[in-house]
Design a protein around this ligand. Structure first.
Ligand SMILES: O=P(O)(O)O[C@H]1O[C@H](CO)[C@@H](O)[C@H]1O
Ligand SMILES: O=c1cc[nH]c(=O)[nH]1
Length: 236
């Protein structure tokens, strides 16, 4: 049955799903990587599609920006539509000198300043949102099989894109590779529901060098990350 934010019926959405923040990136992925595509939702212009990748049903759905937004979509996708393998395919800001513009990153863990963790666990527990190990190890193997490169490590999911107070030097010192705004919520909700999740990123801008991709590049040029996610999504 349709949910408040996804106008689909159960069965319209595949168990394996890619989740870009940008709904136009969802459309780009559906049009360029999937066969037999059907759009199942456009509520609030947050687009969702199901098609086939190498014969296996795969969906792709925008999630909007920030943890409150992705939490709505991920909750409905898991609990109303039965999604079981969820892959965030996002953009991020590189924070570490080892990370370059357009690199692919895979989040082994997602540190966060989000109140979501405090609201769930209380003030005394600093819960650590982590990737599903099986998906992570398969994604690393697929990266090699595709002759691509990805850096695996800890990233930070923040509540504010424009944040003057955050101490990026300290985060960098402790090995945080990049900043984005959703993975910690995805990992936490997946853990709660006992489903699998993995977040992959392309570095769209760099906090150290000041370089950045154009808005069009953010929508369309992240094919390496998408291939790794799709190859991993279709494995059993
Ligand atoms: O490109 P997406 O997947 O939206 O991800 C990143 O881009 C947005 C900020 O510009 C945030 O959603 C952040 O996490
Ligand atoms: O959340 C994000 C995404 C890209 N670049 C950033 O600096 N932050």
């Amino acid at each position: 049955m349709a949910t408040p934010h996804i106008a689909a019926e159960k069965g319209d959405v595949a168990e394996r799903i890619l989740l870009p923040g940008d709904p136009l990136r969802a459309k780009f992925i559906a049009e360029n990587f999937l066969d037999d595509v059907k759009q199942y939702t456009s509520v609030r212009n947050i687009l969702g599609f199901t098609g086939k990748y190498k014969g296996v049903p795969v969906s792709v759905q925008g999630t909007g920006m920030g943890m409150p937004s992705i939490s709505i979509y991920v909750h409905e996708l898991i609990h109303s539509f039965g999604c079981k393998k969820l892959f965030r395919v996002g953009t991020c800001g590189g924070m570490h000198p080892d990370v370059k513009l357009r690199d692919v990153l895979i989040a082994q863990a997602a540190s966060t300043d989000s109140s979501m963790i405090r609201n769930i666990f209380g003030g005394s527990i600093n819960y650590c949102p982590i990737a599903d190990y099986e998906l992570l190890s398969k994604a690393v193997a697929n990266t090699k099989k595709l002759n691509l490169k990805a850096t695996v490590g800890n990233i930070i999911s923040v509540d504010r894109f424009y944040d003057e107070e955050i101490d990026n030097d300290k985060l960098r010192k402790y090995g945080i590779l990049a900043v984005e705004m959703e993975a910690a919520a995805l990992y936490t909700l997946a853990a709660e529901a006992h489903v699998q999740a993995l977040a992959l990123f392309t570095v769209s801008d760099h906090l150290v060098t000041g370089e950045s991709c154009t808005a069009e590049e953010r929508q369309t040029t992240f094919n390496d990350m998408i291939k790794i996610a799709l190859e991993t999504a279709i494995e059993d």
